[in-house]
Design a protein around this ligand. Structure first.
Ligand SMILES: [Mn+2]
Length: 470
C-alpha cells in the first residue's frame, strides 16, 4: 500500500510538486459524512450517562475511546472502541474522548474528536490516519453531534477542558491518548461502577443482543452446511472462515475469536488455532458469536457430530452435558444466586462422572471445597455476563458479580461442558479426545428467564434432526 512519511506535511516524492499541490486544493465536492450508527443509540447512551451521573456527583468523568493497536510499523489492527466509552457515547471515532463535566447534580457531556482533514488542507492527502482521501468519508463535529445528540469539540481543545476539570475519574482505553491523560491515575471506581451498571441491560440493549443471537444461529446453520466441504478440503479453517464471513457480513464481525475444534481439538477450551482437519466421524465443537453493528455480542456453543449422527461415546458425553445444562438453566432467574447455576451444573457433572467410575472419590467428597476432582474435566466456569463484551462487566466487584443474586435485565451465558483430552490417561479410551459444550444466552426477566438462543436444540436427537434440516 502507498505510504506517506509520518509527520511530513507532503508526500516526500511530491514535496516539490507545486503543480500537484495546487491542483489537489480544489475541485472536490463533499461526500456523505453521516456516521454509520445504529438506530436508537443516541437515546440509549444518553440514558446510560444519566445512570452513571449520580455515582460521580461533582466529579469530572473522562473516558477515552482508544485507538487501533499497531500490527507492524504503520499497519494497524481493526479498531474497536473501548466498551465503557462506547456504552456512554455510541461513538466509533478513533482517539475520541468523552468528558462528563459536573453541572449541579448531573453532568454535561462533551465528545472531543480528532478533526478529519478535508479538501483544501495538506493533510487531506498527506495524513494516512486522518486525511479523508486515505480513510474515506470522515464524519466531523456536526455529523457526530447530529448522530449522537451530544456536543462535540475538536480533540485539540481537550487540554483546556482537562485544565478546568477537578477530581477527574478517568477510564476507557488510553491507547494513543493525549499524554495529559496518561498522567492521570485510572479510576478503579469508575471501571467498577460501569461494570456493575452495565450488568442490567435496557430494552434497546436486549433487542441488540437478541439480534446478535439470531444472527449467530444463522451462522451455525451456515457452518453446519459446510461440514462436508470442510471434510473434503480446508478443515477447521474453512468452518472458521465460513462463520467469520457471515459475522462480518451481517454484523460488525465476531465478538471474540471463533473456536472450531474438531475431534481431539474439541476438548481444548480455547482452541482458536482452528488449523486442524475435520474428519468424518468427529465431534465438532463450535463456540461462535456474531457481534452486531451496535457491538453487542452473542456467545453460543454447540457440539455437532460431523457424520450427522452422534457415536455412542459422543452421545454419552453429550447427554450428561445436556443434563448439566438443564440444571444450570433452571438455576438462572431473578433473585437466584449467580453462583447457583454453577453449582447446579457441576453437581450433575460430578454425579455423572462418578457413575462412570471416573472419580477417585465419592460425589460428596468431590463436591466439597477441598475435593473438586471433577473439575479435571471442566476447569473453566459455567457462565458469565454477556453484553458489549463477551465476558461482560468483568471490572465489577466480586460481591456484585459472582457473589450477587441475578436481577431482571441481566443476560447470562450458561455453558457447562466436558473436556476429555486425548492424552488424559484417566479417561476411558472410548471417551478420549471428546469435548462437548452447550452454551446458551439467557435473559433474566421479572418472572424467570428467556433462553434467547433456544432456536438451537440442546438434545442429541434434536441436534441430529436440526443438522438434517439445515
Ligand atoms: Mn462463553
Amino acid at each position: 500500500m502507498p505510504r506517506p512519511v509520518k509527520g511530513d506535511p507532503r508526500l516526500p516524492q511530491l514535496r516539490e510538486a507545486t503543480g500537484f499541490i495546487e491542483f489537489m486544493e480544489t475541485g472536490w465536492s463533499t461526500p456523505d459524512r453521516t456516521p454509520d450508527t445504529v438506530p436508537g443509540i443516541a437515546k440509549a447512551t444518553a440514558a446510560h450517562r444519566a445512570r452513571l451521573s449520580p455515582a460521580f456527583v461533582g466529579r469530572t468523568i473522562v473516558l477515552a475511546g482508544g485507538k487501533a493497536p499497531v500490527r507492524v510499523n504503520d499497519n494497524y489492527y481493526g479498531f474497536r472502541p473501548d466498551s465503557n466509552f462506547f456504552w456512554l457515547s455510541g461513538c466509533s471515532a478513533e482517539e475520541a474522548v468523552l468528558v462528563m463535566s459536573p453541572a449541579g447534580a448531573v453532568h454535561d457531556a462533551t465528545l472531543f474528536i480528532p478533526a478529519p482533514a478535508y479538501p483544501g488542507e495538506a493533510d487531506f492527502f498527506a495524513d494516512a490516519a486522518h486525511g479523508e482521501l486515505w480513510v474515506g468519508s470522515a464524519p466531523g463535529m456536526p455529523e457526530w453531534t447530529a448522530a449522537l445528540e451530544i456536543e462535540t469539540r475538536p480533540l485539540a481543545e481537550l487540554e483546556g477542558a482537562l485544565a478546568r476539570a477537578t477530581n477527574i475519574a478517568l477510564g476507557g482505553s488510553l491507547l494513543g491518548a493525549n499524554p495529559l491523560l496518561h498522567a492521570i491515575p485510572v479510576s478503579q471506581d469508575l471501571g467498577r461502577v460501569l461494570g456493575e451498571l452495565r450488568m442490567i441491560k435496557d430494552e434497546w440493549e436486549i433487542a441488540e443482543l437478541r439480534g446478535a443471537v439470531n444472527s449467530t444461529i444463522d451462522g451455525f446453520k451456515a457452518v453446519a452446511r459446510e461440514i462436508p466441504e470442510a471434510i473434503r478440503f480446508g478443515g477447521e479453517r474453512w468452518l472458521q472462515g465460513t462463520f467469520d464471513r457471515h459475522a462480518r457480513t451481517v454484523g460488525n464481525g465476531t465478538g471474540y475469536t471463533t473456536i472450531v475444534g474438531s475431534g481431539a481439538n474439541a476438548p481444548v477450551l480455547h482452541w482458536v488455532r482452528c488449523d486442524g482437519p475435520v474428519r468424518e466421524n468427529d465431534g465438532l465443537l463450535l463456540d461462535m458469536g456474531v457481534e452486531a453493528r451496535s457491538l453487542y455480542t452473542a456467545d453460543i456453543t454447540r457440539t455437532l457430530p460431523t457424520s450427522g449422527t452422534f457415536s455412542a461415546a459422543q452421545r454419552q458425553a453429550h447427554d450428561l452435558v445436556e443434563k448439566a445444562h438443564r440444571a444450570g438453566l433452571a438455576a438462572v432467574g431473578p433473585g437466584k444466586l449467580f453462583s447457583g447455576f454453577h453449582s447446579a451444573a457441576l453437581e450433575v457433572i460430578a454425579t455423572g462422572l462418578h457413575d462412570w467410575g471416573m472419580l477417585p472419590v465419592s460425589v460428596d467428597e468431590a463436591l466439597s471445597p477441598q475435593g473438586q476432582h471433577h473439575r479435571r474435566y471442566i476447569v473453566c466456569g459455567i457462565g458469565h455476563h454477556l453484553g458489549l463484551d463477551v465476558h461482560d462487566c468483568a471490572q465489577s466487584s466480586y460481591e456484585a458479580y459472582q457473589g450477587a443474586p441475578m436481577a431482571p435485565g441481566m443476560v447470562m451465558a450458561v455453558e457447562p461442558g466436558l473436556y476429555f483430552h486425548s492424552w488424559d490417561n484417566t479417561v476411558p479410551p472410548e471417551l478420549r479426545g471428546l469435548g462437548v459444550r452447550l452454551e446458551d444466552n439467557v435473559l433474566v426477566t421479572e418472572t424467570g428467564t428467556e433462553v434467547l438462543s433456544d432456536a438451537l436444540p440442546i438434545t442429541a436427537d434434536g441436534i441430529e434432526e436440526w443438522m438434517r434440516a439445515v
